[in-house]
Design a protein around this ligand. Structure first.
Ligand SMILES: *Cc1c(COP(=O)(O)O)cnc(C)c1O
Length: 487
């Protein structure tokens, strides 16, 4: 592609993107493809001869766009709703053009130092103490893997050099709540402790880890010769966005000499608000924390911010200097390759920096506060209807609820009732998602199917949330009418 063609196609592409962002209603939020559609629509071999950019773009529209689930759509309420905001999109464009690889300070001084600056800004906005050093990873899962690797380095003598196999070691334990994210399981598996080394501690009636249960579990383990290594506390769990009691957990970790990692992948963003600062109370005693700007801080995937109070431990776990990378700056500049497993890293800090500058802290706060308010409004609508039940508090912008139509469920035995009501809720969810206007997801709480609405997109307004509620009620009516005529 010559420079003139690049200029032309670049302008075309920016226009395409601007139209895409401006008219999300053109697309069903949830893709209507069936598995294999895309593979069947594309040739099995790469083209032997060059193709035009026009032909490629035409296939993007014809084949790939129908296979997109539109995470960047204001009607997206599934999982955690996220946003690739305009400044973040432009930053990604620039990141590809600059193609920085920041393994060493000298291979990209700007990437290395902007990462420090941008994460420093975010640390201040969240009210984290400046004893936390930051580094960017692609995902929270990778951040948590690094946190537990550091816990292993600090808690298991000789872990780096001798490994865990073939020598006399006790069993070690990592604790988290029943509601913690599956990335904790994967991290425990990956660091070689074995999945059985993860102990999930019971939660209370609003899905928060119970500190007394943690204390009991630790005592039980110690009595059996098992060594407590780490606790992962969650600020904003994935199902209900519940908040574990960090101060009490931090006390236990200090007393027991355990590594405390805080998973605030989603909820951490709310700490930008003075009204929500308290969610991180006790964090000064944590060893590490992860928050995902690609979740609720309007930054395109992927950008996960990992903060660590003992980054030297992580460096002790992983730093290596191959001869061909030795540089004169060693010792007075940070080489990002030392803070974890990846050697190379791209210029992710650029998008976070551009997002923070374009929105300003006030803009970020306003959007987060607005999302929390919209979730409260939706929760109020659910609460006002006798045939819908909310099943968890709404500390952030996630609402968990069920449809419980008495006229369809009364007269059934308890077991029949549970089965019938789970089926009704999953049928309702499918029907609403088929509309193409909104996309909600589900979870399981106390072994019951629960519908879950998560608000987090920059352009989601009251209109979109109200539409989701109208669709839920209309589809519920329709399903009830059908069930009624059958019985
Ligand atoms: C989303 C989420 C994760 C995983 O995030 P990735 O960046 O996709 O790895 C981990 N923990 C919690 C609490 C989450 O909400």
């Amino acid at each position: 592609m010559d420079p003139a063609a690049f200029r032309r196609h670049g302008h075309e592409l920016v226009d395409w993107i601007a139209d895409y962002l401006e008219h999300p209603e053109r697309y069903p939020v949830l893709s209507r493809n069936t598995p294999g559609d895309i593979v069947r629509a594309l040739p099995p071999q790469a083209p032997e001869d060059p193709e035009t950019f026009g032909a490629i773009l035409a296939d993007l529209e014809r084949v790939l766009v129908p296979g997109l689930t539109h995470w960047n759509h204001p009607g997206f309420f599934a999982y955690f709703a996220i946003t690739a905001s305009a400044p973040g999109i432009l930053a990604e464009f620039l990141t590809a053009a600059l193609n920085q690889q920041a393994m060493l300070w000298r291979t990209s001084p700007a990437t290395t130092e902007l990462e420090e600056v941008a994460l420093g800004w975010l640390r201040q906005l969240m009210g984290l103490p400046d004893t936390f050093e930051g580094v960017i990873y692609d995902t929270a899962s990778v951040a948590t893997l690094h946190a537990l690797s550091a816990a292993r380095e600090s808690g298991i003598p000789g872990a780096r050099t001798t490994g865990l196999a073939g020598r006399d070691l006790p069993r070690y334990r990592v604790y988290c709540s029943e509601q913690a994210h599956s990335s904790v399981d994967k991290a425990v598996i990956a660091i070689g402790l074995g999945h059985e080394s993860l102990r999930r501690v019971p939660t209370d009636d609003v899905f928060r880890l119970v500190p007394a249960a943690l204390t009991r579990a630790i005592a039980e383990d110690r009595a059996a010769g098992v060594v407590p290594l780490s606790v992962v506390a969650t600020i904003g769990t994935t199902s209900t966005s519940s908040v574990d009691p960090l101060p009490a957990i931090a006390d236990i970790c200090q007393r027991e000499g355990m590594w405390l990692h805080v998973d605030a992948a989603y909820g951490g963003a709310a700490a930008l608000l003075p009204t929500h600062r308290h969610i991180l109370e006790g964090v000064a005693h944590a060893d590490s924390l992860v928050v995902n700007p690609h979740k609720w801080l309007f930054t395109p995937l992927d950008l996960s911010a990992f903060y660590c109070r003992r980054m030297d431990v992580l460096r002790a776990a992983f730093a290596l200097m191959p001869d061909y990378l030795a540089t004169p700056e060693a010792g007075h500049a940070r080489n990002l390759m030392d803070s974890g497993i990846p050697l190379g890293r791209r210029f992710r800090a650029l998008k976070l920096w551009m997002v923070m500058r374009t929105f300003g802290a006030s803009g970020l706060r306003a959007h987060i506060a607005r999302h929390i308010e919209l979730a409260q409004t939706f929760a109020g609508w659910v609460d006002a209807r006798s045939d819908f039940t909310r099943v968890a508090p709404v500390p952030f912008s996630v609402v968990c609820f069920r449809w419980e139509p008495a006229r369809l469920l009364d007269g059934l035995t308890e077991a029949e009732r549970r089965r019938a009501s789970d089926t009704l809720n999953s049928t309702l969810l499918d029907a609403v998602n088929r509309s193409g206007e909104v996309f909600l997801s589900h979870t399981k709480l106390n072994d019951r199917f629960v519908i879950r609405l998560a608000i987090g997109h920059e352009r989601t307004t009251l209109k979109h949330v109200a539409r989701a509620w109208t669709l839920l009620q209309e589809e519920a009516e329709r399903i009830a009418a059908r069930s009624g005529s059958r019985s």
